[in-house]
Design a protein around this ligand. Structure first.
Ligand code: ZN
Length: 150
């Protein structure tokens, strides 16, 4: 039987820089094996009891994927939907549709701009400081819905 687990986490990159944390907010709740959190974290928290503190390392390939060079494209500055000065590191949606991917400026070369549409954490090995807050058996309803309730 899968469980519903709640946990607090602090996410760091390999240099130790904090990328994200749940500290100060509600713990994250997920149904095991339902794809609610990244696979590599879900798998390594299986069977961990409430109260457990652990560090879970997830290689990029099991987190947000490897960095895909095909997702980096050179486009003319004039076709971009952004007014004003563009800088390396700027991120914006690639089109007017709200589902358009977010792209990041990685280089500016004359009147061309190099855009990276990879997830910001693509290619990054992740380390989660995890504290399991609670763990219980999932209900039949949660299993049929594919997510945690309550
Ligand atoms: Zn539901």
């Amino acid at each position: 039987m899968p469980r519903v687990v709640t946990f607090h986490y602090t996410l760091r990159d390999p240099s130790g820089q904090v990328l994200d944390t749940s500290a100060g907010g509600e713990p994250i709740a997920f149904l095991e094996g339902a794809g609610q959190i990244i696979d590599g974290l879900d798998e390594q928290l299986r069977g961990e009891p409430a109260g457990r503190k652990t560090i879970v390392k997830v290689p990029a390939a099991r987190a947000y994927g490897l960095h895909d060079p095909a997702q980096v494209q050179r486009v003319l500055r004039t076709v971009l939907p952004v007014e004003g000065v563009l800088k390396v590191g700027d991120a914006f949606q690639a089109g007017p549709d709200r589902h358009a991917p977010v792209v990041k400026v990685v280089a500016i070369e004359g009147d061309a701009v190099l855009l990276d549409a990879n997830h910001p954490l693509a290619g990054v090995d992740l380390a989660f400081d995890v504290e399991i807050v609670s763990a219980r058996e999932a209900t039949a309803e949660e299993i049929s819905h594919g997510h945690a309730h309550g």
